[in-house]
Design a protein around this ligand. Structure first.
Ligand SMILES: [Zn+2]
Length: 608
């Protein structure tokens, strides 16, 4: 769309730069100029000046400079055309349209926008109506502040199916427009049209310019709802149907706030629902967005990339940690692979079992959520894990099979530059995983006492059952000891395949990043499907046998005890007699019994 330059001049003349900027940041008038703390770099004393006569702003700190259109484009992170449409609306002007059809379409849309704005005000007023105090109370109980509710314009639709209609008819809106806008439904039984949203908490959905184009409505919890009508059970969430203003598959809830956050350098985070977006924003994750009741679409992925001003565009997609979440994540992979380009990808973060971002922030705070985001997987790692986690590849056929599957996925990357790198990363990972044996080096124990390093053993007795659990729990709770025990951990053979698989994955993760903290490691392991194993290992029934493996042990304690425990156990495992004897000892006595047996053997002069 070409914009007439005369129109742009008039637009600039009608608007006062300092006023438009003042609606977005705090501006102080100082004579002919205004000053502000620059929104484009971080500062405490204002070096951002606004000159209304000359119609430009300039920052002496970072050099940001431009006119009113440039400011809105940069600050609101919107396109040239969008910034003009937004400013025209603020100036009460019409952006000139080319054809009569465009003029007609634009007028209709404007009417619908105005109608939906009125409906939003209606719902907001009802949330703060005393009669709906329980709805407001419910939201406040869930931890949302009044400021947050106001920012997201959360409202309440009363149970009365005619209330909104009466309100809008009194403002001269027609039934037809209300139906087109999606707030009213035609009666199928010849009665009056009725409100689509009733007795629901209302989430107005703004488009990227901040205009309300649709609603999502959530029912109140059971105990707060009116008695059931017949056996109809209302769905928890309903959304406006498609309208001339609202295309479900291309829009994302939270977009205007997320766009500004992205311009400020915050991460774009895709979550599942309205409450997640709002809870994220309230705790500082203002780049949160959600699709509306559908799986993420290609359009939405492209739109998230567009919002991120940097060259590298990697939004984080959050999913539930369960099987359904994993499937949803895989559907997203399906859509993303053909879209990948240089600098564009996505990361995957998986919530702990039974949590969503809203509940997690409530239970563990912003830090808990940040930890989950910090443990997110790259697209490549997610694909790799999807095919390899929890599976054995002992035979050439199994290996060839999984390699074929992974190669098929990589072939779906349409961009040839990106595909080349996926292929090379895949080759590297395959050779690292299937062909490179970790070399056996003498461990610290053998160096110290000058004997042959103990051979890796498998353990079958109850003591043996405990042995790998203690060793793995220590590493999971204290990943920072990995550097000291890497060789031993690599040489450890665990008979139970699922725990051996867990051991290998711990090594893989910590070899890449020694500095991982326990929460992040735990999260990654859970994402890889080891929640059950971790539950079996990291609990009091294991800690009670060796206090140094519990999360509360000190770092020095873990370091000194881990190697001793490992060497004791490995050495003890060398004797068949000892191993047989062990099958009968009770679990509680294992550790001391082990030491006793060892002591006897050493005293008898046997070589360990
Ligand atoms: Zn600046």
């Amino acid at each position: 769309m070409a914009i007439n330059p005369r129109f742009l001049d008039e637009l600039r003349n009608r608007l006062t730069l300092s006023e438009i900027i003042g609606r977005r940041i705090k501006v102080t008038r100082m004579g002919r100029e205004s000053k502000a703390c620059c929104p484009f770099h971080s500062e405490k004393t204002p070096s951002f000046t606004i000159n209304d006569d000359k119609q430009f702003y300039h920052c002496f700190g970072c050099g940001a400079h431009g006119d009113i259109i440039g400011f809105v484009m940069q600050h609101d992170n919107v396109s040239f055309i969008d910034s003009i449409e937004m400013l025209a609306a603020e100036a009460g002007m019409e952006v000139p349209k080319q054809t009569p059809q465009e003029v007609e379409k634009s007028k209709k849309e404007k009417d619908l926008h105005a109608l939906l704005e009125e409906a939003t005000l209606f719902f907001e007023a009802h949330l703060h109506d005393q009669r709906n105090g329980d709805a407001l109370g419910y939201l406040l109980d869930r931890g949302l502040t009044k400021e947050t509710l106001a920012e997201f314009r959360v409202g309440f639709a009363p149970d009365d199916a005619q209330a909104l209609r009466k309100f809008l008819l009194a403002k001269d809106y027609s039934d037809k427009d209300m139906i087109t806008a999606g707030v009213l439904r035609k009666s199928t039984r010849g009665g009056e049209p009725y409100a689509f949203f009733r007795d629901r908490i209302m989430f107005p959905v703004p488009d990227r310019r901040g205009r309300i184009v649709a609603f999502g409505g959530r029912i109140l919890p059971d105990h707060m709802r009116p008695p059931q009508r017949g056996d109809f059970i209302p769905p928890k969430y309903i959304n406006s149907s498609e309208t001339p203003l609202f295309n479900k598959g291309s829009m994302l809830y939270g977009e205007p706030i997320a766009r500004r956050a992205a311009a400020d350098g915050q991460a774009i985070i895709l979550v599942e629902g309205y409450m997640d977006v709002i809870a994220c924003a309230q705790s500082g994750f203002r780049g949160a967005l959600a699709p509306m009741g559908t799986a993420v679409t290609q359009e939405q992925i492209l739109s998230m990339w567009k919002m991120i001003p940097d060259f590298t565009k990697i939004p984080i997609l959050c999913f539930d940690g369960d099987g359904a979440g994993r499937k949803a994540a895989w559907r997203a992979v399906d859509r993303i692979l053909p879209l990948l380009e240089a600098g564009r990808s996505v990361d995957f973060a998986f919530m702990p079992d039974g949590e969503d971002p809203d509940s997690l922030i409530k239970s563990s705070g912003a830090k808990g959520f940040q930890n989950i985001l910090g443990g997110s997987l790259s697209l490549f790692d997610f694909i790799w894990n999807y095919y390899t986690a929890g599976r054995g590849f002992k035979t050439p056929e199994l290996r060839a099979g999984v390699i074929k599957q992974l190669e098929n996925e990589v072939a779906r990357v349409a961009n040839s530059d990106v595909q080349v790198h996926y292929k090379s990363l895949l080759r590297h990972k395959i050779s690292e995983t299937f062909f490179k044996r970790r070399s056996f080096k003498g461990n610290k124990y053998s160096k110290a006492i000058g004997v042959k390093p103990p051979r890796p053993r498998s353990y079958q007795s109850r003591a043996a059952h405990l042995f790998p659990r203690v060793l793995l729990a220590s590493i999971i709770n204290h990943p920072n000891i990995f550097g000291f025990v890497e060789d031993e951990l690599c040489n450890l053979t665990i008979k139970e395949p699922r725990f051996d698989k867990l051991r290998q994955n711990i090594i893989d993760i910590l070899s890449d990043d020694h500095a991982k903290n326990s929460d992040i490691l735990l999260n990654q392991l859970e994402n890889l499907g080891f929640a059950q194993e971790i539950g079996d290992i990291c609990n009091e029934s294991v800690y009670v046998h060796a206090s140094f493996c519990s999360p509360s042990a000190s770092c020095e304690d873990v370091q000194s005890n881990w190697l001793e425990y490992y060497n004791d156990g490995n050495a003890a495992g060398l004797g068949d007699e000892m191993q047989n004897g062990w099958r009968s000892v009770s679990c509680d006595e294992d550790v001391s019994r082990l030491r006793d047996l060892l002591y006897t053997k050493s005293r008898d002069g046997e070589t360990l």
